[in-house]
Design a protein around this ligand. Structure first.
Ligand code: ADP
Ligand code: ADP
Ligand code: ZN
Length: 222
């Protein structure tokens, strides 16, 4: 199964992806994680994208498209299915993704649109914490680690992303609202869009999704 996860920052895309990774064995591909990795390694790309990420603006399309193209055409693990999280974020990215997938004859199955309301998003992003080592997501109130600032799974430090501050969250929301409609419309026109209620518990969202997959017999085809 090949999926894209759409929705505002904080809608729960990464959290749902972690559940689906476990449940369905899909590879989780997050452009945000890939870009942060480039920054950590201080690659040429990492140095170029840093200023955009720190401000909460979108990184220019060519950087993310290059990363995604490389991943989808050279990583063998993606052959069993994957979820793209945080990509595409612009119409150009959506079109380029279809071009790449057309070349390797692997069309997408669904674009999952996680809708979430502003107060929920602000609460979630303000309290989000991430494991520096394994990327497990936490929340200071909704899902705190057992021991403060320590990952339950690997024992590494749990930290707050630099862009999860109030001013940058506001910019990211504006950027999202400006670009999202064209991406949603793009997948709606292809008949691939499925709307999910991101304000609900992640387990509930996952259950609704499993129902959709079963009704469409998607498990049998892949
Ligand atoms: P969130 O999970 O809060 O939505 P991400 O980790 O997906 O945040 O993205 C963090 C930042 O990385 C974005 O604010 C943006 O600067 C950059 N980024 C990630 N994915 C893309 C993309 N597809 N196009 C452009 N910029 C991106
Ligand atoms: P996104 O990838 O869409 O930016 P995340 O999955 O990183 O969103 O979730 C943002 C924050 O909200 C994290 O701290 C996560 O633990 C928490 N969270 C995610 N989904 C839910 C949910 N359904 N209910 C409560 N908290 C959630
Ligand atoms: Zn960890």
């Amino acid at each position: 199964m090949r999926l894209v996860l759409l929705g505002p920052p904080g809608a729960g895309k990464g959290t749902l992806a972690a559940l689906l990774k476990e449940g369905l064995g899909l590879v989780h591909i997050s452009t945000g994680d890939m870009l942060r990795e480039e920054m950590k390694k201080e690659t040429a790309t990492g140095r170029e994208v840093k200023k955009f990420i720190e401000k909460g603006e979108l990184v220019p399309d060519e950087f993310v498209i290059r990363l995604i193209e490389k991943k989808l055409t050279s990583d063998k693990r993606v052959g069993h299915g994957y979820m793209l999280d945080g990509f595409p974020r612009t119409r150009k990215q959506a079109e380029d993704l279809d071009r790449i997938l057309g070349q390797i004859r692997q069309p997408l199955d669904y674009a999952l649109y996680m809708e979430s309301t502003l107060p929920v998003i602000i609460q979630r992003l303000g309290g989000r914490r991430v494991c520096r080592n394994c990327g497990t997501l936490y929340h200071i109130r909704n899902k705190p680690p057992k021991k403060e600032k320590v990952c339950d799974l690997c024992g590494a430090e749990v930290y707050q992303r630099a862009d999860d501050n109030e001013a940058t969250i506001r910019t990211r929301m504006d950027v999202y609202l400006k670009n999202t409609r064209s991406v949603i419309d793009y997948y709606n026109a292809q008949g691939k869009l499925k709307k999910l209620d991101g304000d609900k518990d992640s387990e509930e969202v996952q259950a609704v999704l499993m129902q959709i997959f079963h009704e469409d017999h998607k498990f049998n085809k892949h």
